[in-house]
Design a binder for this molecule. Structure first.
Ligand SMILES: Cc1cc2nc3c(=O)[nH]c(=O)nc-3n(C[C@H](O)[C@H](O)[C@H](O)COP(=O)(O)O)c2cc1C
Length: 579
C-alpha cells in the first residue's frame, strides 16, 4: 500500500465542502449593514489568489458603494430585464415576473470583476492557444470571492442583465477591459439551502450521474460504478403509474363540486397525471416546451411526396423565425418552441432556439437498405433522452412532441406496420396531400421496405434503424426521457405515434407518461392510437405535424390538472352532495 496524503484534517476538509455546498446566489433578504473594510479585504484577497492562465492575473476589482451610481446601473439592468421578459413564452413570463434578478441597490457594496485579455503580453502560457482562458481566469476569481464571502456570512448575487459595453462605459473601464461579473455583496438574514431558481421551480439540479463520463463522452458512470448508457438507464427507470396517487385522484374527483364523472376524459387525464407524479394533486403541467425534431429521409427519392426535400431546412428556418403554425399555437398557449436538427440534409446556421444534434445529413433510402445504422439509431434515441432531460432540468413540467421532415409520413407508415402488423394500405396516408398515383406508389414503397427488412418488432432499435427517421428515433428517446422523469409528454400526430410505438416497445410502461394530443387525419395514426390504447383529446382533422395538434391539447391537460388541484370539494364548499 502506498502512503496517501490524508489531506486536511477531517473537520477542516468538511469546512471546505461545506462552504462549496452552502454557497448561494443571493437576491433577497439582504441587510443594510455595511461590510467592514477588513472583511472586504479578506474576500478580495481570496479572489486575487485564483488560478489564472500563464499566471496572468487578468482581473481587476471595481468596488462600488456610491448610491447614485448604483441607481444608474440598476436602471440599465431593469431595461435589460424588461427586454428579456418581453421575449418569454406566457407561462415562463408569469413565473419570471415573480423572480428577483438583482439586488444592486439593496446591498451596500457592488464589486465588478473585469478581465484584461492582453495582460502578460503575447507569450502568456496557455492563452496563445485558447484566448478564452483569460475570461475563465477572471471567473475563477469570482468563484473564490463567492466562496470566501459565504464563509464570512456575506451573500453575493451575480447580475448579468447588462449590455456589457454600456456597463463598461458607466464604470469608466478602458476599452481593453471586459466586464466579467457584476456582484452585489452584503450581509443576509439567512442563506437558502437550495438555489432560489430551484425553489421557484424555474430550473432543477441535474444529477451528477448525467454529468460524469468514463473515458469518453457518452459513457455515463460515477467513479466506482458501472458505466451505463442513458438508454439503458431510462429503460430501467421507467415504472407504471402510482396506484395510490391514482386512487387519491379518483376519490378527489368524486368529492369535487360537480356531478361524478362529468369532466369525462379530463378526469382520466387528471388521474394519469397524479399517477405519473406519484402524488395528488400532481404539479400543474407548466411551463411546457414543444421540441420540434427535424430530419430528412432517403426514401424521399422514391417520389412519395410532391414537396422538395429542401422544405425541411426551410421550415426549420421558419420555426426559428417564429413564422410557422406551431409558433403561433405555442404563443397562444404560452409554450416554448425549441427546434432540434437531428438530421436535416443541410448545414444549419447556429441560432438561439436551435439545438444542433445532427446524426447525419438525412437517412438512407429504406427501399435500398437500412435507413440508418443501429449505432445511429441509438445515438438519435440518446439525443432525444438528453433533450428531454435538459428541458426538464430547465424547469419544464410538460413536454410536447413536434416534428418536421419531408417524407416522414412514409417512414411513419413503415414503422407503424412493423410494430403493429397493420397492412400498408391501412397505415399509409396521403401525408401533405398527394394524388392517386403517388399514393399507390407510397403504399408500394412501404410494402417493398417491409419485404426487404422483415422487421422484428421485438427488436425496436432494429426497426428504427430499418425505416428510420432520425426524428422518429429521437422522439422515441424524448418520450422515454419524459417517462423516466415522470413528466407528461403530449404526443402530436402520426410521426409521434410511430415514435411512441418504438418507445413502448423498448419500455412498455413509457405509455404512463403519454397523452395523445389529437388524432390526425393520417389513417396510420388511428391504427397507432388504438394499438397503444390512447384516446386523443382533440380531433379536428389536422394533418400538419410540427406539434400543432399536441400544442392545442396542452390547455386541456393543464385544465385537467388545475381542476383536480383547485376545485372545491362538497365538504370544503358546504355544497350538498347528491343523495
Ligand atoms: C455567469 C452567471 C451569471 C448569473 N447571472 C445572474 C443574474 O443576472 N441574475 C440572477 O438573479 N442570478 C444570476 N446568476 C445566479 C444563478 O442564477 C445561480 O448561480 C444559479 O441559480 C444557481 O444557484 P446558486 O448559485 O444559489 O447555487 C448568475 C450566475 C452565474 C454563474
Amino acid at each position: 500500500m502506498t502512503d496517501r496524503d490524508p489531506g486536511y484534517p477531517a473537520g477542516q476538509r468538511d469546512a471546505v465542502y461545506r462552504v462549496i455546498a452552502e454557497r448561494r446566489d443571493v437576491r433577497q433578504g439582504f441587510r443594510p449593514d455595511p461590510v467592514p473594510a477588513d472583511v472586504l479585504g479578506r474576500v478580495l484577497t481570496a479572489a486575487h489568489q485564483a488560478p489564472s492562465v500563464g499566471f496572468s492575473q487578468p482581473w481587476d476589482f471595481i468596488v462600488i458603494t456610491d448610491l447614485a451610481r448604483r441607481e444608474r446601473i440598476a436602471a440599465l439592468a431593469r431595461r435589460n430585464r424588461d427586454e428579456f421578459a418581453a421575449g418569454l413564452p406566457g407561462a415562463r413570463a408569469r413565473s419570471f415576473d415573480s423572480l428577483k434578478i438583482e439586488s444592486i441597490t439593496d446591498t451596500p457594496v457592488n464589486i465588478v470583476v473585469s478581465c484584461d485579455r492582453t495582460r502578460g503580453g503575447r507569450h502568456t502560457l496557455g492563452r496563445h492557444t485558447q484566448p478564452r482562458t483569460a475570461d475563465f481566469s477572471s471567473v475563477l476569481a469570482v468563484a473564490n470571492l463567492w466562496l470566501a464571502a459565504r464563509a464570512e456570512g456575506l451573500g453575493v448575487g451575480w447580475v448579468s442583465f447588462f449590455d456589457e459595453r454600456e456597463l463598461a462605459a458607466e464604470l469608466g473601464l478602458p476599452a481593453h477591459l471586459e466586464v466579467i461579473a457584476y456582484l452585489c455583496v452584503g450581509y443576509v438574514r439567512q442563506f437558502a439551502s437550495e438555489p432560489e431558481l430551484a425553489t421557484a421551480g424555474w430550473a432543477r439540479r441535474r444529477p451528477l450521474s448525467w454529468a460524469v463520463h468514463a473515458e469518453e463522452y457518452g459513457h455515463r458512470g460515477l467513479p466506482g460504478e458501472e458505466a451505463v448508457d442513458p438508454l439503458t438507464e431510462v429503460i430501467a427507470a421507467i415504472a407504471p403509474l402510482d396506484a395510490d396517487a391514482m386512487t387519491a385522484a379518483r376519490e378527489r374527483q368524486d368529492r369535487m363540486t360537480k356531478p361524478r364523472g362529468s369532466l369525462g376524459v379530463l378526469e382520466e387525464v387528471s388521474v394519469q397525471l397524479a399517477g405519473l407524479a406519484g402524488r395528488c394533486p400532481p404539479p400543474l403541467p407548466e411551463p411546457a416546451c414543444v421540441a420540434v425534431f427535424a430530419a430528412d429521409h432517403g426514401v424521399h427519392a422514391q417520389g412519395v411526396t410532391p414537396w422538395p426535400q429542401e422544405v425541411t431546412a426551410q421550415m426549420v428556418a421558419n420555426f426559428l423565425a417564429g413564422g410557422a403554425v406551431v409558433n403561433t399555437f405555442a404563443a397562444q398557449v404560452g409554450a416554448e418552441v425549441t427546434v432540434v436538427d437531428i438530421g436535416v440534409a443541410a448545414e444549419l446556421e447556429p441560432v438561439p432556439g436551435l439545438l444542433p444534434r445532427k446524426i447525419a445529413m438525412g437517412t438512407a433510402d429504406f427501399t435500398e437498405g437500412p435507413a440508418m445504422t443501429r449505432d445511429q439509431a441509438v445515438a438519435a434515441l440518446t439525443a432525444g433522452i438528453e433533450i428531454a432531460r435538459d428541458l426538464v432540468a430547465a424547469g419544464n413540467r410538460c413536454l410536447v412532441t413536434g416534428d418536421m421532415g419531408i417524407a416522414n409520413t412514409t417512414a411513419s407508415a413503415a414503422l407503424i406496420c412493423a410494430f403493429t402488423g397493420a397492412d400498408p394500405a391501412e397505415a399509409t396516408g396521403r401525408g401533405t396531400g398527394i394524388d392517386a398515383a403517388m399514393y399507390a406508389r407510397k403504399i408500394e414503397v412501404v410494402c417493398r421496405g417491409l419485404a426487404r427488412h422483415r422487421p422484428d418488432p421485438a427488436d425496436p432499435v432494429g426497426v428504427l434503424a430499418a425505416f428510420g427517421g432520425f426524428e422518429h428515433a429521437a422522439l422515441a428517446g424524448f418520450i422515454l426521457g419524459a417517462a423516466a422523469l415522470r413528466v407528461p409528454v403530449i404526443l402530436d400526430g402520426v410521426i409521434a405515434g410511430a415514435a411512441a410505438l418504438a418507445a413502448v416497445a423498448l419500455a412498455p410502461d413509457a405509455i404512463a407518461a403519454c397523452v395523445a394530443g389529437h388524432r390526425s387525419a393520417e389513417p396510420g395514426h388511428a391504427v397507432t392510437l388504438s394499438y397503444l390504447g390512447l384516446r386523443p383529446l382533440v380531433d379536428l382533422g389536422l394533418r400538419l405535424g410540427e406539434g400543432t395538434g399536441a400544442v392545442l391539447a396542452l390547455p386541456l391537460v393543464q385544465s385537467a390538472a388545475r381542476a383536480l388541484r383547485d376545485v372545491a370539494t362538497f365538504d370544503s364548499a358546504g355544497v350538498a352532495d347528491k343523495t
